[in-house]
Every structure is written in structure tokens, then in C-alpha cells.
Design a binder for this molecule. Structure first.
Ligand SMILES: Cc1ncc(C[n+]2csc(CCOP(=O)(O)OP(=O)(O)O)c2C)c(N)n1
Ligand SMILES: [Mg+2]
Length: 316
């Protein structure tokens, strides 16, 4: 069992809360018509991004998906820069040209969210090959959805990673659907059988449980860092919102999301676990909630403030 200090736990909760708050605010801003383009929210899946990325430093690389805000935040991207990027502002993290689906910050090792399903794994193999060749000791993580797990690019990456014994971890985030198609229907065989077939260890984990993800990811990252090659982690989780903002979710059962929020919310489960074991107290967690709400509020107001500043300068 990996040891987590109080500081680690505080950081884990802070990151998960930041992702949740960020996504809920983006949900509101999108509904108000302020955000251009498509938005896919990560709320509900926080324990996966944070449980994995807490094992990484800025030198390690992460490739993400179209549902990338959570991975970016867990990897340390600046939330004001992200918010401005999502609003399409010039001073956004990528100059406002990428938007929600193409956030990157190379200085943090976030080498890109990606609008191409299955686009991340080959990039992660490239980053891992570079780390291996240069002997930096860095690892690469490819987050990929259940839909993305069926792409040829992903399966080719599994093969390349084992053949070249790359320091890479494939994290298959199985939220039950690719758009409206159930993964139970669309994924042939199993993720673990695929890992075995390609000659790498596979792990299956409850993605609502931060501690479970953290432990399994720790093993896979340590294995990669030790030069023992790739691993695959099949994470079971679910999204709180639709595939994209505006999705009517007619393919989900009545009450499915409400039940999920009630029984399988990674933040609630984390809070229960750390307070029952007296690792952190409820007041500390409430304080974090408050300060994150204020921080995300400032980040979300920044794009509007910038517009008003420019309008003010124009009429001055
Ligand atoms: C190559 C490619 N094919 C199809 C699409 C359209 N598309 C966008 S998201 C998506 C579903 C992806 O599902 P999954 O990988 O499970 O990720 P999730 O949305 O569930 O996080 C599809 C088919 C795309 N963006 N790229
Ligand atoms: Mg999916």
C-alpha cells in the first residue's frame, strides 16, 4: 500500500475539487452562450486524472482526449489560462486557437488534449521513446476513452510500446459510452485481454475510488520508470454530464445520473474516507471548497474582464 501524507491528500482533494468546480462553471458559461465550439466535461471522472497524475512531475508527459480539462488541471495547467483558451481569447494557454479540445502546456508536460479520438497514444509513445533514448527517466501517460480504445492508433501504440519496451502507461477511461454507444456493446473482448495479448500487465480499477486508482497507477508508473515497459489500466467511471454540452442524453436510463451523483461521486467518497479515518477533517475540506470556488470564479471572470478592458481602451 502506497503511503499518502496529509499534504498529498490535501493536494489530491484540491485538484479533484478544482476540476469539479471548473467543469461546473464551464457548464454554466456554455449554457449562457459565452463559449464557442464544442465542450466535453470531465466532471465525475476526477479520481482517474488525479490518481494517475499525482505520480508525475513536469518532466513526464500526458496525452489527453477531447474530454481533457481534468487531465490538464491534474497535470498543473493554469486554470485562468485554460478558461481564457476555452473562451477563445488571445491570452489563453494556446493563444485562443485550440479551445476546449486542444489545450496544451508543454512546460507542464501536458502535450495535448486531442479532438482526434485515439490521437493521443501514438504521441505518448513518441514522448516515451524520446525519454528512453535520452535516458531522462521520464514516463508518458496516454489517457484514452473506451471508444478511443477501439481505434487502430491505440492498438498499434500498444504493440509499439511493448516491442520497444517504452515507459508508457495507457489509461483507458471507460465511462460506459462513446458518444451514445455503450462500451458494453462496442468493446470486443476485454481491455485486460487486450493488455495480455500485447504482452503487458493489465489492471482493472474502480475509477470512483481515488485511493484505488492512485495505488494501481503508482505500480504502473514505477514499472515504466524502472525500464520494465508499458502497462494498461482499465478504469471504470462515469461522466456527470452528456457526451458534449447540449447532449439530451436520451440513451441514458431514467435516474442514472442522479444515482451516480448520489452513490458514486469520487469527491464524496474521498471526503467520507478521509474524515472517517481522521486523516483530514471536514472543516479543512470545507475551507478548500471555499477557496477553490473563489479561485475558479476569478478564472472564469477573467475572459470577460479582458473584454471590458479592451472595450474601455477602445473608447478611452
Ligand atoms: C477519429 C475520430 N473519430 C470520431 C470522432 C467523433 N467523436 C468524438 S468523441 C467520440 C466518442 C469518444 O468516446 P470515448 O473514447 O469513449 O470518450 P468519452 O467521450 O466517453 O470520454 C467520437 C466518436 C473523432 N473526434 N475522431
Ligand atoms: Mg467513453
Amino acid at each position: 500500500m502506497l503511503q499518502l501524507s496529509r499534504q498529498d491528500l490535501t493536494q489530491a482533494y484540491t485538484l479533484m475539487r478544482t476540476i469539479r468546480e471548473f467543469e461546473e462553471r464551464v457548464h454554466e458559461e456554455f449554457a449562457a452562450g459565452k463559449i464557442p465550439g464544442f465542450v466535453h466535461l470531465y466532471a465525475g471522472e476526477e479520481a482517474s486524472a488525479v490518481g494517475v497524475c499525482l505520480h508525475l512531475t513536469d518532466k513526464d508527459s500526458v496525452t489527453s482526449t477531447h474530454r481533457g480539462h481534468g487531465h490538464c488541471i491534474a497535470k498543473g495547467c493554469d486554470i485562468t489560462g485554460m478558461m481564457k483558451e476555452i473562451f477563445g481569447r488571445r491570452d489563453g494557454l494556446c493563444g485562443g486557437k485550440g479551445g476546449s479540445m486542444h489545450i496544451a502546456d508543454l512546460s507542464k508536460g501536458m502535450i495535448g488534449a486531442n479532438g482526434i479520438v485515439g490521437g493521443g497514444p501514438p504521441l505518448a509513445c513518441g514522448a516515451a521513446l524520446s525519454a528512453k533514448t535520452l535516458g531522462t527517466g521520464a514516463v508518458a501517460i496516454a489517457f484514452v476513452g473506451d471508444g478511443g480504445s477501439n481505434q487502430g492508433t491505440t492498438l498499434e501504440s500498444y504493440n509499439l510500446a511493448t516491442v520497444w519496451k517504452l515507459p508508457v502507461v495507457f489509461v483507458v477511461e471507460d465511462n460506459g459510452y462513446a458518444e451514445a454507444t455503450a462500451s458494453a456493446w462496442s468493446v470486443g473482448g476485454s481491455q485486460l485481454a487486450r493488455a495480455e495479448g500485447f504482452g503487458m500487465p493489465g489492471h482493472e480499477v474502480d475509477g470512483y475510488d481515488f485511493f484505488a486508482v492512485y495505488e494501481v497507477a503508482g505500480e504502473a508508473v514505477a514499472r515504466a520508470r524502472a525500464g520494465q515497459g508499458p502497462s494498461l489500466i482499465h478504469v471504470h467511471l462515469a461522466r456527470h454530464y452528456g457526451h458534449f454540452e447540449g447532449d439530451a442524453m436520451t440513451y441514458r436510463a431514467d435516474g442514472e445520473v442522479e444515482k451516480l451523483r448520489r452513490e458514486n461521486d469520487p469527491l464524496t467518497l474521498f471526503r467520507r474516507r478521509v474524515t472517517e479515518t481522521a486523516l483530514l477533517d471536514a472543516q479543512q475540506l470545507d475551507d478548500i471548497d471555499q477557496s477553490i470556488a473563489a479561485e475558479v470564479g476569478r478564472a472564469a471572470d477573467a475572459p470577460d474582464r479582458e473584454v471590458h478592458r479592451l472595450i474601455g481602451a477602445f473608447f478611452a
